[in-house]
Ligand binder design. Sequence first.
Ligand code: KIV
Ligand code: ZN
Length: 517
Amino acid sequence: MKNHVYFFDTTLRDGEQSPGATMNLQEKLRLAHQLEVLGVDIIEAGFPASSPGDFESVRRIAEQAGDIQVAGLARCVERDIDLCWEAVKCARNPRIHTFLSTSPLHMKHKLRKDPEEVLKLAVAGVRRCAGYTSNVEFSAEDFSRSERDFLCRIIEAAIDAGATTINLPDTVGYAQPEEFADLVGYVIRNTPNADKATFSVHCHDDLGLGVANTLAALRVGVRQVEVTLNGIGERAGNASLEEVAMALHVRRDFYGLEHTIKTEQLYPSCRLLSMIIGQPIPNNKAIVGANAFAHESGIHQDGMLKNRETYEIMTPQSVGRTESSLIIGKHSGRNAVHNKFESMGYKLDDEQLNQVFEAVKKLADRKKTLLDDDLMALVQEEIYRIPDRLRLRHVSIQSSDAGGVPPTAAVIMDVDGMERSGAGFGVGPVDALFNVIADMVGREPELEQYAINAITGGTDALGEVTVRLKENGHSAVGRGTHPDIFVASAKAYVDALNHLGKREEEGRRLHCQYDDK
Ligand code: KIV
Ligand code: ZN
C-alpha cells in the first residue's frame, strides 16, 4: 500500500502528558473509542512504565480495542519494554514503541553515553521488543538534530534487530520544512534496508511548523504520521491530526495519498477532547475553531452567496460541523434520540439510552431545539462520568450590587448518599457557591482555572463551565453544563472535587498493585 498514510494518534500519550490535559481512566477509554470511530490506524495509549495509572489505562484500552493497533511507549530499557508488553499484549494488534536519543546533544548530556553504546542499547532494546511481537516501532529521539551517518547506521541496525516502523521525531520543533524533508529523504535513501520498514515522523510545534514538517516528510517517502487531536502535546504541542488529514483530503491532487480518517468525525473528536480536558478550542483554530467556516466581511459573504467555492476550500459538513437533518426537541421519541446519537458516533446500550433520553427531555423543556453540541455535552455528562461520591441536588443564588448585602448561595447535595445542605456568602455568587460546597465537604482546594463557554448560540445556550482544582499535589478538572451558568458552575466544582477524590484513591490503589509486579 505505497500510497496509504498510517495515522498514529498520540493524544493519549504525548498529548496527555502536556500541562492541563490529564485524563482519568474513563475519559481515556471514551477517547480511545472515538479515535477508533475516527478511523486512525494506531493509538498510542500511554507510557506504561511511567506510572501505575498509565500502565492500567494502557491495559484497559488494549482490552477494549477492536482491530485498531494499540501502542505503548517504552524507553530502550528492559523494565519499560516488559511492562509495555504486559500492558498492550491483550490488544488484537499490539505494538511496542521504543525510543532512544540519537543527537550528539542528547547522547552526551541526557544519556551520558557515546554513540557506540547508544547503538548497542538500541539494538538490545529492539531485540527485546521483537521477542514479544513483530510490530515494533523504534524512534530516534531528537532526530532532526542528529548526524546523518550515525542516523543511517542506527536505523539500519534497528531494522535488522526487528523494528518494522522507524519514527523520525522533530522532538524540539526545530526543523524547517525543506531542511526536514531533505534529512528524512537522505536517511530513507541511505539506509540499506529501508524497504523493510515504514518510515514515520513526529513533529512538535515549537515554531508553529509541526504540520508543515509532517506534510513535507510525506513528500519524500514517509508513510506514518504521528499526530494529536487539536495539536495538544509537550510544550507547544504536536502536529494536529485534523489539519494533516484535511490537507491530504483537500489537496489529494497534490499529495496523491490515501488514508482511512473519516473526516466527518473530526469535529466530534476534537470537541470531545476539548470537553474532556476542559480546554476550549481557539476560535481561529484551523478546521475545528468556531470561526473556521465563518464569513464576516461583506465581500466574502457576497462571494459565498454567488458560489461557495469563492471562499470555501472544504465544506463544514466534510469535517462533521453541520447539524444533521435529525432535529431533536421536546417531542422527539426514544427511537429518534437513539438514531441521532448513533449518527453522531455514540453506541449506547439500553440503560444508557434511558438515562440520556430522560436528560434530553429535561433539557428540551428549557431549550426548544437541541443542537449536536448540546447533545454531545449531555452524553458526556450523563454517561462517561464515573459514579460520584458527591452529587449536586439544588442550588439557589442571590446576587446583589447593594452595599452591605453580600452575594449568597444555598446548596443541597448528597455526600456518600446522605443529603446535606449549606449556605454562605462570597465576594460574588460563584465565590459564594464554591465556599459553601467546600465547607460542606471540609475541603480547601485551590481554584486553578475557571472558564465559561457558551456551547451553542442564542441566549438559551447551554453554558459549559470548566473548573480546575488543586489539592495535596493532585489537580483535577471538572465540567458542568446547564442553561443557568451558576448551576453549571456548581456542577463543575462538584465534578472537580469528585475527580480529585478519585485521583487520590486511584493513586493509592494502583500503587499497591504496581509494587507487587
Ligand atoms: O517528541 C518525541 O521525540 C517523542 C518520542 C518519544 C517519540 O515524543
Ligand atoms: Zn513528542
